[in-house]
Ligand binder design. Structure first.
Ligand SMILES: [Zn+2]
Length: 310
C-alpha cells in the first residue's frame, strides 16, 4: 500500500498542477504591515524629480493590479478608511503644485495633459482606484500656475476626494531660518489655504526638501501659531498637523501601529529605479505589506513590541 502510494504520488502531482489557478491566493490580513506613501513632483518627462504621463499611467495600473488602493494622508493618519479584505492602502502625494499636476484648458475644464486628468481617466475604467491623492501646495509660489483657475482647481480636488496639505508659503530650508520665520512660512501657507478653502481642516504638512527645522524648532511643523499682517490686515493663524512627511526613503509603518511617529513619515519618491525597487520589494516580501481585513481599526490599535521607532 505504502509503495503503491509512492508510485502514485508523482502522477497525482503532475495531474493536479494544471488545476492550480495562476492567480495567487489572497493574502491574509496584516494590519501591522507597511504602507507606501509615494511622492510625485513634476510631470511631463521621466527624471529624478519628474514622471512622464505614460509612466504615471503605468504606475496606476501596476499599483491597481497588485491590489493597492489609494487613500489620502488624512485617511492614513486618522485611520478613516475601509478597504476590501486582501487589499493594501497606498498614499499618492504630489508636492509643490507644479503646473502639470492639475492643468485646465482656457475654457476652465480639466486639461487632458495633466496628472489629475490621467488619474481621473484611469478611474473611469478602474473605479476601485479613485483619484484620492494628497496635494501639498506653496501658496506663495502660484500653486498649479494659471492663477485664474486656482479656486476651481482646489474645489475640484476636494470634490474628487483628494486632500490639500500645506508645504509652507515659499518652500524655504526650514533648518536655515529662525523660529519666527518658520512660523511665518507655515502660518502664511495655512492662512491662504484657509482663505481659499474656508472651514477646511488641514492635517498634513510636507517638509520643503524633506528637511526638518533644527531640533529646537522641530515641534513647529506639528503645532504652532503665527500672528502678523497680510496687506494691512492683522491675522492670527493656528495649525495642527498630525501627519508630517519627509521626502524619500522607504515605506511607512502601518497607520494602526502603536507609537507611530506622525511627525516624520517617510515617503518613496517615484522615479524609475526607485518605484520598481519598492514594487519588487513587496512582491518578494508580501508579508511585510499591510493587508486589510475589510474592517476599520483605530490608529494605535496594533501593539508594537519593537517600541515607537521612527
Ligand atoms: Zn517641495
Amino acid at each position: 500500500m505504502k509503495l503503491r502510494f509512492r508510485l502514485l504520488l508523482p502522477l497525482l502531482v503532475v495531474t493536479l498542477i494544471p488545476l492550480i489557478p495562476l492567480r495567487a491566493a489572497p493574502l491574509p490580513p496584516n494590519p501591522r504591515g507597511q504602507v507606501m506613501i509615494l511622492v510625485y513632483h513634476n510631470f511631463g518627462k521621466d527624471a529624478r524629480w519628474g514622471r512622464s504621463f505614460p509612466s504615471f499611467d503605468s504606475d496606476l495600473a501596476r499599483l491597481d493590479a497588485a491590489g493597492f488602493r489609494p487613500i489620502t494622508l488624512r485617511q492614513y493618519i486618522t485611520g478613516d478608511f475601509t478597504l476590501p479584505a486582501g487589499t493594501t492602502p497606498v498614499v499618492l502625494t504630489f508636492d509643490d503644485g507644479s503646473a502639470f499636476q492639475v492643468k485646465f484648458t482656457p475654457e476652465g475644464e480639466l486639461a487632458p495633459d495633466c496628472a489629475l486628468a490621467h488619474w481621473v481617466d484611469f478611474a473611469k475604467t478602474h473605479p476601485e482606484f479613485p483619484p484620492h491623492g494628497t496635494f501639498f501646495i506653496n501658496p506663495g509660489t502660484g500653486p498649479f500656475k494659471q492663477r485664474e483657475f486656482l479656486q476651481k482647481k482646489l474645489d475640484l480636488l476636494l470634490k474628487l476626494g483628494s486632500e490639500i496639505g500645506n508645504h509652507t508659503y515659499t518652500h524655504p530650508y526650514l533648518n536655515r531660518i529662525p523660529a519666527a520665520t518658520i512660523e511665518k512660512e507655515i502660518g502664511l501657507g495655512q492662512y491662504y489655504i484657509n482663505q481659499w478653502l474656508p472651514g477646511y481642516d488641514v492635517v498634513s504638512f510636507a517638509l520643503p526638501f524633506g528637511i526638518s527645522p533644527l531640533p529646537a524648532d522641530a515641534h513647529l511643523t506639528v503645532e504652532g501659531s503665527w500672528s502678523g499682517t497680510v496687506g494691512r490686515k492683522a491675522v492670527e493663524v493656528k495649525w495642527h498637523y498630525p501627519a508630517v512627511v519627509l521626502v524619500g526613503s522607504g515605506p511607512a509603518p502601518s497607520p494602526y501601529m502603536a507609537g507611530l511617529n506622525g511627525a516624520r513619515l517617510p515617503r518613496i519618491q517615484v522615479f524609475t529605479p526607485e518605484f520598481d525597487k519598492w514594487m519588487k520589494y513587496f512582491e518578494l516580501h508580501p508579508t511585510r505589506r499591510f493587508i486589510s481585513d475589510g474592517e476599520r481599526h483605530a490608529p494605535g490599535s496594533q501593539p508594537n513590541p519593537e517600541g515607537a521607532r521612527r
